[in-house]
Every structure is written in C-alpha cells, then in structure tokens.
Design a binder for this molecule. Structure first.
Ligand code: DAH
Length: 344
C-alpha cells in the first residue's frame, strides 16, 4: 500500500515540477524559434506533457482517474498560456494564412539607366580595340579645362562653353577633354584611352539642353598615328555601335586642341540615309567631334610632337541615347521617374 501511495506522490510532484518549469520557460519565449522549441518540448507528440500520461501505469488503479485529470489539466493550462502569448498568435495566424499555391509577390527590381547602358556599349567596343579607361575630376582648374588645351584666356572658343566658374581659376569642367591632359601628364606614349564622365554647362534647361550631361573622350597617341587611323577607328566604332553597314561622313570643323578638326556624322540608323524626322530629313546624324592632337597640346604636357602624333575625339552620350531610343526630352534622363527608367 505504501508503495502505491509513493507512486502517486512522485507522479504528482513531477506534475508540479513540470508546471513550474514550463511556466518559467514560457517567460523566456520571445520569438518564433523559441516558441517552436517550447512547443516541441512540452506540447508536441513526444513532449513532456504527453510523457506524463505514460506514468499512469505506476499509479494504483483507484487513483489513476485523479492523476489523469491532473495531467490533462496541466496540459490544457500550459497550452492555453502558450496560445495566449503574442508570438503564439502570430505563429497560428501565419500558418493559417499561408497558401503555398498563391503566386509570389512581384518584387520591384531596378534597371540600368539608359545613359549607363549606352556608356557600357561604347566602353566595351573601345576596350575590345585595346583602349583603357581613364577618369578625371569634375571640379577642374581653368588650366586643364582650357589653357592646356590650347584655349587661352579670351579665346573665342571659350564663349561656346557657358562655364560654371567656382573661382577665377576653378570651374566645373565643360568637357572631358581635360582628362586627355591628365592622362598624358602621367603616362608616356603609346596611349590609347577613353575617358567617360559628367560635364557641366550653364545653359538654359529645355527639352534639348541641360546644365549637365555626359561625354566620352578618346585619345590615341603613338609614333606614326595618322588621320587614316582616326577614320578607321571611328568607322569601326560606328559600325559596331549602330549597324555593320553604317556609313560615316567627315566634315571639317574647328576645335582649339585639334588640327585638323572634324565632325563626324553617321548615316541615320532609322531611315538608312533616306531622310526622316530623327535626322531632320538630312539622312545623317552628327555624333562626335574629333581631330589630330594639336602640337601646342603636346607641348603643354611635354610630349615630343616631332616624334609622336595622335588623334582625339569626344562624343555626347545624351545625344546618342536620345537618337538611339527615340527620346524627345533630355530632362527625362535626370528626373528618376521610374515609369521612364523601367522601359530600359
Ligand atoms: N570637347 C569637345 C566638346 O565638348 C568635343 C571634342 C572635339 C573632343 C574634338 C575632342 C576632339 O577630343 O578632338 O565640344
């Protein structure tokens, strides 16, 4: 009889112990992971509260009912406390509302800015021809932006570039050409480099012009570089960028840092030279300025112009992007309007 009672006593005391432990542990449950391990430990199929019912066999028959009721009560109490806690509700709710058959959320994803896209295409063509990439500062000195490029003070060519001056000798660069000077100061020929970047001009903002835009400059200096190299390189570029049968037209022009200077037109890629609204019925699109590096430019960087010759070119990315994508307002490039940007 004594042993029967001791079986009941120890079973009841283990119920009490588990109640205390479970209640204490419930206090440290703070998220889904700790809630789940609590649930497995106490309430799961192999959890402690189920195990307790197995102790029934150690208990004298006449007390089994009483014990069973106490064990079930304990389980109900703990379950109720567990469910009442906020994380319990969250878990239940997410479990109920999760439908594995629902389509996923459409995550918004970014797209490459059209100007970056154009820049990458141009960059890859020149890299494949053996050009390197160089960069220079956007806040530039008057010396690099003008003076060293054979454009001294009061030179009329300065008027065309409505410059933002920061002080008398410091400005926002109006072109990427100063990077040519920086590259030649650092590196001896042979040089083959392209120089992309932002430039600034104090122009009235309209559909056609903006206070900043992007250029890619090119420079090739070595012994024996001729005008034929300029023509061949830029024709190869135009054919890879626009169309393999694209024709180019070279017109005389003027830039202080090149002699001779030219402007290069490509056959309109839309109408193939017939004449359309994009090319203003001319059949040609003006895309870049170029020329043979002026001896005065070589002089300012200490390159021997008797030994070396070179060609340079510069093109505006916005203009090429406007043409290529048929965009009619340059301001769209800078407004960060997702409806515009997501089209690319
Ligand atoms: N820097 C000129 C501009 O902004 C473009 C240019 C013309 C660059 C001729 C060159 C060049 O390197 O040779 O209008």
């Amino acid at each position: 009889m004594a042993s029967d009672n001791s079986g009941m006593n120890s079973a009841v005391s283990s119920l009490d112990r588990i109640r205390r432990e479970a209640e204490a542990e419930l206090l440290s449950v703070c998220d889904e992971a700790t809630a789940e391990s609590f649930r497995i430990k106490y309430l799961g199929k192999k959890g402690l509260l189920r195990e307790l019912l197995k102790n029934v066999k150690d208990i004298p028959e006449e007390q089994r009912r009483e014990y069973g009721a106490a064990a079930n009560q304990l389980r109900a109490d703990i379950e109720q406390k567990f469910d009442a806690a906020p994380w319990g509700k969250i878990e239940q709710k997410t479990a109920e509302s999760f439908d594995p058959g629902m389509p996923g959320f459409p995550f918004p994803h970014g797209s490459i800015h059209p100007l970056i896209h154009i820049r990458n295409q141009i960059r890859d063509i020149f890299l494949s021809m053996g050009f390197t990439m160089s960069y220079g500062p956007e806040i530039e000195s008057d010396y690099y932006n003008f003076e060293a490029l054979n454009t001294p003070k009061h030179h009329p060519a300065r008027d065309m570039q409505d410059t933002f001056y920061i002080s008398e000798s410091v400005l926002l660069r109006t072109q990427t050409s100063p990077v040519q000077i920086r590259v030649m100061e650092k590196q001896k020929p042979p040089i083959r480099s392209i120089m992309p970047g932002r430039v600034y001009r104090n122009e009235e903002i309209s559909a056609r012009s903006y206070c900043l835009f992007h250029q890619i400059e090119g420079l090739y200096v070595d012994e024996g570089v001729s005008f034929a190299d300029l023509k061949g390189t830029l024709l190869a570029f135009a054919r890879r960028f626009f169309d393999e049968k694209t024709k180019i037209k070279i017109r005389p022009s003027f830039f202080p840092f090149t002699e001779p200077s030219v402007e290069i037109d490509v056959e309109c890629f839309l109408c193939k030279g017939v004449g359309c609204s994009i090319c203003k019925r001319s059949g040609w699109l003006e895309i870049l300025g170029a020329g043979m590096v002026h001896p005065n430019v070589f002089k300012s960087v200490g390159v021997d112009s008797e030994k070396y010759t070179g060609f340079a070119f510069g093109m505006g990315l916005e203009r090429i992007a406007l043409l290529k994508y048929g965009i009619d307002d340059i301001r769209l490039f800078y407004e960060n309007d997702a409806r515009f940007l997501n089209q690319f």
